[in-house]
Design a protein around this ligand. Structure first.
Ligand code: HEM
Length: 114
């Protein structure tokens, strides 16, 4: 498959994951928990699959340092929506952690410092 399809899927699932995660921060009502966890779970999985699809297609399966940092950012960002329902009083801090993880992942992919 052309890697451009992986790129589209990667960025699209990133947008869905980000939108639903910040919606959970804004309103972590118990009745929205199930749907949020389903949508963020699927989006997060698609991000990982498309990310590794690109690692295979563009980099011959070799995991570079910047990719490993991105995987850590992805892991951190993916658990935040669930955390917002468990500890709603901390969601301001979770938002800050989320923005930081996103920024670090973007620096990694566009600047490749490691
Ligand atoms: C919060 C986490 C992540 C963010 C914000 C993120 C964001 C992005 C963005 C914006 C691109 C550039 C698309 C383009 O300009 O064409 C990209 C590409 C890429 N991402 Fe991610 N990503 C994340 C997680 C991951 C994960 C978990 C992997 C798995 C290894 C991964 C692997 C890749 C690869 C291999 C590319 C292609 C780079 C290239 O074009 O040479 N990313 N990512």
């Amino acid at each position: 498959m052309d890697p451009v399809y992986y790129k589209i899927l990667h960025v699209f699932s990133l947008l869905v994951l980000t939108a639903w995660t910040f919606a959970a921060f804004a309103n972590p009502a118990p009745e929205t928990r199930r749907q949020t966890l389903i949508v963020t779970g699927i989006a997060s999985l698609l991000m990982l699959i498309s990310g590794f699809g690109m690692v295979a297609k563009l980099y011959g399966g070799h995991l570079a340092g910047w990719m490993i940092v991105k995987i850590v950012c992805w892991l951190l960002f993916s658990v935040l929506a669930g955390m917002a329902y468990r500890r709603p009083h901390l969601r301001g801090k979770f938002a800050l952690i989320g923005f930081s993880a996103l920024l670090i992942a973007l620096v990694m992919v566009y600047m490749r410092p490691v």
